[in-house]
Design a binder for this molecule. Sequence first.
Ligand code: CMC
Length: 432
Amino acid sequence: MTNKKITIIDGQSNNETELPVLDSILGPNVVDIRALEKNLGYLSHDPGFMATSSCESKITFIDGNEGKLWYRGYPIEELAEKSNFIETAYLLLNDKLPNNKELDNFSNDISNNFNVDPSVKKIIEVFDKGSHPMAVMTACLSFLSAKYHDDINIQNKGYRYQSTVKLISSVPVMSAWILNFILGVKFQEPNKHLSIAENFINMAFPNINEEQKKLSSNAMDVIFLLHADHEQNASTSTVRLSGSSETSPYAAIAAGIQTLWGPTHGGANEAVINMLEEIKNSDKDVEHYINMAKDKENSFRLMGFGHRIYKNYDPRAKIIQKIAHEYLDKLDENNPNKPLFDIAMKLEKYALEDDYFVSRKLYPNVDFYSGIVLKAIGVPQSMYTVIFALARTVGWVAHWNEMIEDKNFRIGRPRQLYTGKDKTNYTELKDR
Ligand code: CMC
C-alpha cells in the first residue's frame, strides 16, 4: 500500500474524510471505502459491481481494451501454445510453473482421484434423459458434498489440497458419465494413465478411432485451458461468496455451476449453434441474417460476436479460431455438419469485412469458435456449459483457496440501499 489518499467531502455537512488508495500491479488502483460509513455515514452503491473490486487477487489479469488475458502473469497465447491444461491448473493454483517432479506429483494426484464413487452413476440415472446436464452435474456435486461432509476443515491446507484435487478430477469423470447417459452409451470407466482431456474424450466417445481421439483430446485440452479462469465473473464471485460462509468446497462449486448455467454467462456457445441451425433450416440466406443483425429496429443479434470486456479482440478467440479452421479443413464433403459450418464461415467472413462489424469491433468471440469445435467433436449442445464448468472448476478452486488464505477473509455480506416502506403498523385482516 502507498500513502496515496482520496479526500471525499460531504457537500451537505462539509465533513470530509480521507480514504486510502490501494495500488494494483496492473489495471486501475482502487479506493478502500471501508471507513466511509464510519467517517461520513455513507455506503457506496454499485449494482452489478461494475465499479467495485470485491477482493485482492493474484490469479488472472484481463485488459479488455488491449485484448489481454494473463494467468498468473503468463499470456494465454503462450500458455495455449506451450503448456497444457494440467500444467496450467498447477500454475493457477500455485502461482508458479511446476518443475518436473511437481508436475508429476500433481498429475498423479489428479489421475489417482479419477476413481469417483460409482454411486454417482445411480444419481445420474435418476434423471430423465432430456434433463439439462447442468442440473444433473449440480446433483453430482451435491452427492460429493454429502459424502465428504464430515471432513470439512477449510482452514487446513491438507484438506484444501485434497478437495481441490478431488474436484478437478471428479468433475471431468462425472461430465463424461453424464454424456454417456445422454447418448445412451454404457457408463465408461476412467483410465488413470491419461490426461484429463484424453480421459474425458476416451470415456465420452469410446467408439471413435485413435486418430480422432487424439485430435479431439488435443482440441479439448486447449478448450479447457482457455476456459480455466476469467477473473471475478459471476460464477467465480458466486463460488467466493458461497465459500465465504465456510461451506464445503463441493457445495460452493455447485453454486458456481448453477450460476454459470445462465444464458448470459456460460450458455453463449450453445446459442451460437442454435443460431446456425436456425439459419440452416430457414429459407433465408446468411445475408438476410446479417442484415437483421445490423437493423436497429430488429432485436436479433449475431450470437458469438462482440464482447462486453474485450473491445479489441478476445485473445482466446484467436487461439481457438485456428483449431476450428483445422477441424473444418479436415471435414469431408459428406459430413452432416458441413452445411452448418459453411454458414459459420460465411458469418465469420462478413464480420471480419463488413463495416458494421469492423467499425464496432464486433469480432467473433471464443464462444463462436468453441461452439463449432465442440459440435465437430460430437458433443451435444446441452453439454457445452458442462464442458465450460469442467474447465472453470480449476479457476473456481484457485479463487476459493486464495480467498481462504487472504488475511481479510470473512463472510461476504453486501449491503443495500433500502427503498421500501418506512415503519408501518399491521392492519388486521378484517380492516384491509
Ligand atoms: N450482433 C449485432 N450487433 C451487435 C452485436 C451482435 N452480436 N453485439 C453488439 N452489437 C452492436 C450493438 O447493437 C451496438 O450498436 P450501436 O453502437 O449502433 O448501438 C454496438 O454493437 C455495441 O454493442 P453493445 O450492446 O454496447 O455491446 P455490449 O458490450 O453491451 O454487449 C455482448 C456485448 C457480448 C452482450 C453483445 O455483443 C452480444 O449480445 N453478443 C452476442 C451474444 C454473445 O456472443 N455473447 C457471448 C459473449 S462472450 C462470453 C464469455 O466471455 O464467456
